[in-house]
Write a protein that binds this ligand. Structure first.
Ligand code: NAG
Ligand code: NAG
Length: 484
């Protein structure tokens, strides 16, 4: 790198910094996009009430954690008659339930699942309650489900400690799709500085050739064939995940299925580049999803948006290592898939496989409609811009005439460096992509130059691009888009 490049890098950083600080000040306004209801985290109000009542206000307990542990002494009640004895004078709902008071050991060896289940059972009954997983302890949990639908609304799972997964095959049953799940809840928040560690290496290395001697004989058998997602929310509304880290996932880190009004912020996913199928965040059949201020490093898609998702808004996210931000693969096995109104902006991609990608299987139906990718900074990304309507996982995929339609996709201000192809747009013969627009594209090779590739792609260039995207067919495809 010569001096000039160094200099321009500094300028770029300054510009990016000014840019992002401007973005912060606009947060409130942008939160209204897609008319997301602003969801408040009930824990803060709980804490405020505690302070007012003097529970956390004793000398030396100005620190939040101190306030909380003081609180737990008041609520700790081994006979679990917490509900009745702790009603506040106003009949309010400032209720905290600490897993240590329900028998959790937090020593990293004892299975604390039953203590967590008991804590949940108590917290579940009380509106706006807080289940506390305190810092300074490591909790080993087997498969666990924090399940509604009979729970009160607005429960907070305050995670400041560490939760780890078992690594012995005997601790798992086969076919388990997730390790920790929250289902059928109305208002659920997971917040705190805590870490959930899936100890995934025992799954990633679970190859037929795997030698038990490699991990000092701890492994006596293979892990189940199905690798679990670490944390999954199902059938819930008003879901918040903020502050926490999920690391070393056997498979997907964080998944939302059948959820509405989801907010993920200050979230970290951290697994190595070579860990297979470890998506950062996986969305399916979910609407009104906001993901921001998060660092996603993993071995597969940083965010994967699947069928049934609409009004998805992702911004100020770092992605890498990983496979980029992807919509799809959609339409597998001739299925119908619908994704609409997705905005991805202010994302930095570092050394990822793709940048922003839409992938569909041949033979599917439905559509991907109304997607904007803007302000995407790519560095050493293999293929920054990709649409692949011939997606195939390596098994034999025949050409079929039907396809998931792809239309109204906008690429704005996508800049940086690529290592293989700057732009790869492979659209179906039967149903070409249409309404694909580009402006302010500036993609430079790390080493060898490569030209954009387009196949059956219709759209417009709203400004000149680097490199020129001459392969784009101007105008609209005559084939109409199938509605969802
Ligand atoms: C997507 O956005 C368009 C244009 O703003 C709107 O007309 C449409 O209803 C939205 N679709 C969904 C599923 O929200
Ligand atoms: C499928 O179609 C594409 C595009 O027309 C073509 O390049 C490819 O060779 C075809 N594959 C098969 C298996 O027919």
């Amino acid at each position: 790198m010569n001096c000039f490049e160094n200099y321009s890098l500094v300028i770029l950083n300054i510009v990016l910094f000014l840019w992002s600080s401007r973005i912060e000040t606009c947060h409130a306004r942008e939160g209204n996009l897609w008319s997301l209801k602003s969801i408040s985290a009930p824990a803060n109000s709980v804490l405020d009430v505690e302070k007012e009542k003097g529970y956390g206000g004793t000398a030396g307990s100005s620190h939040q954690h101190a306030g909380r542990s003081t609180m737990s002494k008041f609520t700790g009640n081994k006979d679990m008659g917490v509900d009745d004895t702790m009603s506040t004078p106003q009949g309010g709902s400032s209720k905290s339930f600490n897993v240590l008071d329900f028998g959790a050991k937090g020593d990293g060896n004892t299975d604390d699942s039953q203590a967590f289940e008991a804590t949940w059972a108590a917290a579940c009954k009380v509106e706006a309650s807080t289940m506390i997983v305190p810092s300074g302890s490591v909790f080993l949990l087997h498969y666990i489900s924090f399940s509604g639908p009979d729970c009160a609304a607005d429960i907070v799972f305050q995670l400041d400690g560490k939760i780890i997964a078992p690594t012995s095959p005997g601790a798992w049953k086969s076919g388990l799709l997730q390790w920790i799940e929250f289902t059928k809840l109305n208002g659920i928040t997971i917040q705190g500085k805590g870490v959930i560690d899936g100890q995934g290496s025992v799954w990633w290395n679970n190859l037929p050739t795997y030698n038990p001697e490699d991990s000092e004989g701890i492994m006596s058998a293979k892990m189940p064939g199905t690798k679990p997602t670490v944390l999954r929310f199902y059938g819930s509304t008003r879901v918040i995940v903020t502050g926490i880290t999920i690391q070393n996932s056997p498979q997907t880190h964080l998944k939302f299925d059948d959820c509405t009004t989801v907010q993920v912020s200050d979230f970290k996913a951290a697994s190595p580049e070579n860990s297979p199928n470890t998506d950062g965040i996986h969305l399916q059949n979910s609407q009104d999803v906001l993901i921001y201020s998060s660092d996603l490093a993993c071995g597969d898609d940083c965010v994967s948006i699947q069928t049934g998702c609409s009004k998805v808004y992702i911004h100020n996210v770092n992605c890498g290592p990983g496979h980029g931000i992807s919509i799809g693969g959609l339409g597998k096995g001739n299925s119908k898939a619908c994704v609409s109104n997705v905005t991805v902006r202010d994302v930095a991609m570092l050394n990822t496989l793709t940048g922003v990608r839409i992938k569909t299987w041949q033979g599917g139906s439905g559509s991907v409609q109304g997607v904007t990718f803007s302000n995407i900074q790519v560095s050493g990304v293999k293929t920054p811009i990709m649409i692949d309507q011939f997606y195939c996982d390596g098994s034999k995929c025949q050409n079929e005439s039907s396809a998931v339609a792809v239309s109204d996709i906008n690429y704005i201000n996508i800049k940086g460096t690529y290592t293989s192809n700057p732009v790869h747009l492979a659209c179906s013969d039967g149903l070409p992509c249409t309404g694909i627009s580009f402006s302010a594209i500036e993609l430079k090779p790390v080493q060898e130059d490569s030209q954009p590739f387009c196949w059956n792609t219709y759209g417009e260039l709203r400004s000149s691009t680097v490199p020129p995207i001459n392969c784009l067919k101007m105008g609209k495809s005559s084939k109409t888009v199938v509605d969802c």
